[in-house]
Structures are given as structure tokens and as C-alpha cells.
Design a protein around this ligand. Sequence first.
Ligand SMILES: Cc1cc2nc3c(=O)[nH]c(=O)nc-3n(C[C@H](O)[C@H](O)[C@H](O)COP(=O)(O)OP(=O)(O)OC[C@H]3O[C@@H](n4cnc5c(N)ncnc54)[C@H](O)[C@@H]3O)c2cc1C
Length: 454
Amino acid sequence: MERRIFVLSTLKTIPLLFLAPNLLTSCNKDDEITPPNGKTVIVIGAGISGLAAAKKLKDKGFNVIVLEAQEKIGGRIRTDRSLGIAFDEGASWIHGPKGNPITNLASQADANTYLTDDDSLKVFDNNGTAYSDAFLDAQYTQFENALNAVRSIGTQSQSFLEVFNSLYPTQENNRLWKYMLSAYLEFDTGGDISTLSSKYFDDDEAFSGKDVIVTNGYDKIANLLGQGLDIRLNSRVTEVNYTSIKSLVNVNGDSVEADYVIVSVPLGVLKNNSVFFNPTLPIDKQGAIKNTKMGNVNKFLFSWNTPFWETDVQYIGYTPDTKGKFNYFMNMLKFLPTTNSLMTFAFGDYATVTESLSDGEIISEVMAQLKTIYGNSIPTPTNMLRTKWGKNINTFGAYSFAPNGTTSTDFDTMAKEISNKLFFAGEHTIRDYRGTVHGAYLSGIREADKIIAL
Ligand SMILES: Cc1cc2nc3c(=O)[nH]c(=O)nc-3n(C[C@H](O)[C@H](O)[C@H](O)COP(=O)(O)OP(=O)(O)OC[C@H]3O[C@@H](n4cnc5c(N)ncnc54)[C@H](O)[C@@H]3O)c2cc1C
């Protein structure tokens, strides 16, 4: 899925010229390795942001300990190979691969990529008829115009949906528009349109180039960064005490001491107060954590013995009555020809609804929709894999977004260091690239650079 297809394609691509030069140079793989400097850094969380910070600091002579709650590294980069193909539960695409630091890392990690052609798409109405290309093109243009219109009159207090409804009172119940609003906008931003900010929904930036998907597992990139680091798995941090010169981090009942601590746990974990800070975090940071939100996106992979869909098409769209409900199918055969699989998604509020449904209920809902397109005789899938990002205690959601009531400066506030002892990384701390792998990576490099500069 070309996240940011409408919103960012023309407006957001920023020339590399305008990026902080230290962030770009930090992406080079040949950074010099320097001797030990006697300082210890604890990095909480082994997602891409924590790993990027840890690697850079280790290369610069710091003693770095990474404490990770889960049984493996990567966080929201997580690959399940149990069905013989790589099912990426979290990140799949490198958004805007040109100049994107993840492109370089992917090639170093032997992560294969494939250009998922967004124009290779058929969209079906809920009676099984396909929309014509000409009709879809016209609707997409109107949709793009609608996004621009909402953006231009949006206010801090109003949600996207509120402003959208005031402009287009009849479109909320138009099934094709529901499809576009969820499969494009909610997927892109992470937030349900009923709580997404009408003013700040898309004020971030993007690298250029068409999105590519990693086909043999995004975890290869996280694993590359993790090589040679002191990473302690199954180590859930419960408290960070930064009252003294040295900070104390509580993990599994033990205290670990450090000169600097980088907190790279997701926004959802901070919102849930899963880590206790002593002293409590400054009021502005607490406010930013409260104001911003975690959105939800869930993924579902189905496989069959033989395909029954258009094998030459990359995406199959569907327009159910319920917004965000299994309305976008990615034909995995296009890049994984040995397995007959489709991946589908649940976006926004419906993503959360799916987490209470049993596997059987999910299969029957998805099959009912596919049957309206391909007929009642299509077979039941042989396997299914699914995610439940909202219930996941290591994230409490998929990625952060700006809801109504907040401003994007909250993302900057979340990045602020405290007393040159406590530092914050993660996709929610980088306003311009929030919600992405490259954003998370760059935030880790940014925090490492702050510590190196002290
Ligand atoms: C469904 C989905 C699809 C996505 N698709 C894309 C995509 O295609 N392209 C893209 O660029 N981005 C995508 N993203 C977003 C991207 O995955 C994230 O922005 C990025 O991986 C976040 O990295 P991070 O380091 O900030 O956080 P995380 O990867 O979440 O890392 C944080 C780590 O902290 C650990 N942790 C939590 N609590 C504790 C604790 N108390 N003690 C110790 N450790 C703890 C967690 O286990 C985790 O490993 C997607 C995300 C999801 C969920």
C-alpha cells in the first residue's frame, strides 16, 4: 500500500537539502569506531529506534546495554515465517525509498524489495461488480480535492470527520468514499477519521520515490542493526529513577545503573504508564503523551491451495458498509509466487473490533466479502495469520497520530531530553516522519547524536 499516496505525493516530498545534515551523515554505514569512553547508556526497547541509537553509541565508544521486554528484537518490525513465507506483522513497506536511510540498510541486510504498483488495482462494489477505471480515477481526484479542502479549513479542535461532513454531508455513507477514507487515509495516518485531526492529519513529510515492500522479512533490517550489541531480551523495564547523577533502571527486580538512558518504548506504553518515572516526567511531556494517540491497523494473511482471484493484479479493493473492514487485499502472489496468499487489513475503529473476534469469525467475515466477488464456490483458506496490535502490551496500538485537540508540536515535546540524562526516541518523537520505520530510525540517531555531543 502506497501510504501517503494522495496526501504526500505532491505536497510532502522534501528535498534532502532541508534535512538536518547530522541526520543524513549519521546514516552512512562507515561511521568511525572510537575507543571506549567509560560512559554507560541504557536503551529501553530494541525496536528500530533503540537499535539505531545503540549501534551508533557503541560505535562511538559508549558501553551500551539494550533492555528489551520481548523474546526478540525489532518491536513493530516483526516477521512470522510459520507459513513458509515472510508475513510482516508490522512494517512492510519502505515509504519513499529515495534518500531514505532504510533503503541502504535493506540492501546491507539482503532484504529484497519489490515495487508494489498502486495502479494495479481492481475495486469491487458490494454486489460484486467492478468499478470502471475511469469512474475510479474521477473519484480519486475528487477525494484528493476533499483532503485538500479539509486541510485548508481544518481547526485544532475539530476531527477530520467533522470537517469532512460539513463539506460533503452526503459522502460519509458512500461506500466507495468509506473505502478511500480508510484504505488510504486511515492506513496512512493510523487514526480513525472520527478522532484524526482535521488540521494536523498530514503535516508530516516524506522521502521521494514509489514505495517498495520488503519481501523476505523486514526483521532482516532490525537483525542487522542488532548485531554485536549487548541486548538483554525478556527484560521488561518497570521504573526509571533519574534523581541522582547516575540513573537507575529497574528490570526484572534488578537495578541497572547508567549515565544516560534512552527511552524508546512506544507511545502506547508511555500512555499506559507501564514505566514509572521518578521524578515524574515534566508537565509538558505528560501533556504531549496524553494529547497524542496510538492508532490501530491489523493485518490478516490467508493462504489457499489454488488462487481464485486475478493473479495479475496487485490490489483488490472492496466497498463494504462498515468502514475499515477488510476492504483492501494485497495479492502476495505478485512477489511471492510459491504461495497462494492474500493479505488484508482492518483500519481505524474496525481494527480494534477485529481483536475481539475469533479466528472463525474473521474467516467467515472475510470469506463472505470475497464470495460476493468470486462466487460461493471459492474454498475456505487453509491457513490464517493475524495481528492484534491494540491489545499488544508492548505497543498498545499500531502507530501514533495527531488527534483533534492536539497540535503537531506535541511530537516535538515528546522528543525533548530531560536534564541531559533521560532521552526519548521512537516513531512518536519525530514530527516529520512519525509512524514510520525511517522516522523511528532517524529519531534513534538523533538521540545518540545528542549524547555524543555532551
Ligand atoms: C501494522 C503496522 C504496519 C506498519 N507498516 C509500516 C510500513 O509499511 N512502513 C513503515 O515505515 N512503518 C510501518 N509501520 C510503523 C513502524 O513499524 C514503526 O513506526 C516502527 O517500527 C517503530 O519503531 P520504534 O523503535 O519507535 O518502536 P517499536 O518497534 O515498537 O520498539 C519499541 C520496543 O520497546 C519494547 N518495550 C515496550 N515496553 C517495554 C518495557 N517496559 N521494557 C523494555 N522494552 C519495552 C517493545 O517490545 C519494542 O521492541 C507499521 C506499524 C504497524 C503496527
